[in-house]
Write a protein that binds this ligand. Structure first.
Ligand SMILES: [Zn+2]
Length: 288
């Protein structure tokens, strides 16, 4: 009998193999008020901006699919209105992973036409129902939301969302204050600068110049803490400095590893980042 008891105790104490091999649970999210009826949800995936009105809620970006329940709980902690619209700042899964679940809950997803095309090519769930080319405006319960495409930057389908009355600009990953893990240990201006496929190292500063002509005070980045317009200008200027430095190294025939070393030493970049994914595309574009 005691043998059976021992087995029972063993089974109780040891979680099933599937639980042992399961990935770590999602990072809990936090919600922060930025302006009246305007919030940012952070913790995992890209930042989600929550725009609340009497007629419903508009979200900019919806994190990974696995963050859906927590994200909905955070929205419900500030409003009982339903999510009517989701704008995807760009196609990447850490900003669009919740699309399908919000669509299933009757929300309409909107993105730039190139972002939708990238999602279709990537066979990502919940591609947007509505696309635009240059800009669109949306009125929701007295709140004005304007979405614009300013040219290539992080991708070729980056949407910049402004809330003119609140003087807020929501940037997507063309302006970040932390990386995808929420980290910026060196407090570097460009630590989380990332030109993804479709994006442009050459055109990004020109795109940022057009963005900086906009009237706003607060910048909600794709990842990391909320910042100010002056931080976007610093980001733009550091990227130009970085491009000048990388271009001269490429002309001198330096290797990817040497450029990586320079970025760590002079720009505070992550020494452990994947050079093929993060640095090689910059070199390739400079060589063109
Ligand atoms: Zn991205």
């Amino acid at each position: 009998m005691s043998r059976y008891l021992a087995i029972a105790v063993f089974l109780l104490l040891c979680p099933p193999v599937s639980a042992q091999n399961a990935p770590p649970p999602p990072v809990p999210l936090t919600i922060e008020a930025i302006a009246p009826d305007t919030y940012v949800v952070r913790g995992e995936g890209g930042n989600t901006t929550v725009i609340v009105s009497d007629e419903g809620v508009l979200l900019v970006d919806v994190k990974f699919e696995r963050n859906f329940n927590d994200l909905v709980a955070k929205i419900k902690s500030v409003t009982d209105k339903p999510v009517k619209y989701v704008i995807n700042s760009h196609s990447h899964g850490d900003h669009t992973g919740g699309n399908q679940k919000f669509q299933d809950a009757s929300a309409v997803i909107i993105a730039h036409k190139n972002a939708r095309a990238a999602m279709i090519t990537g066979k990502q769930p919940g591609p947007p129902q509505i696309t635009y080319t240059d800009q669109f405006g949306l009125q929701l319960g007295g709140r004005e939301v304007i979405a614009r495409y300013f040219g290539r930057a992080h991708t070729d389908g980056d949407t910049w969302v402004s809330l003119p009355a609140q003087r807020i600009l929501i940037t997507g990953d063309s302006f970040n204050t932390a990386d995808g893990r929420g980290l910026n240990p060196t407090n570097s201006v460009t630590y989380a600068f990332f030109v993804a496929p479709g994006g442009s190292f050459q055109e990004v500063t020109q795109t940022l110049d057009a963005v900086l002509k906009e009237d706003f005070d607060i910048a909600i980045p794709g990842h990391g803490p909320v910042a100010k317009k002056a931080d976007v200008l610093r980001w733009r200027n550091e990227i130009e400095k970085l491009r000048t430095r990388v271009t001269s190294m490429v002309r001198e025939g330096k290797s990817t590893a040497e450029v990586h070393k320079m970025l760590v030493a002079e720009f505070g970049w992550d020494p452990t980042l994947d050079p093929v994914r993060r640095i090689q595309p910059l070199l390739d574009q400079v060589r063109r």
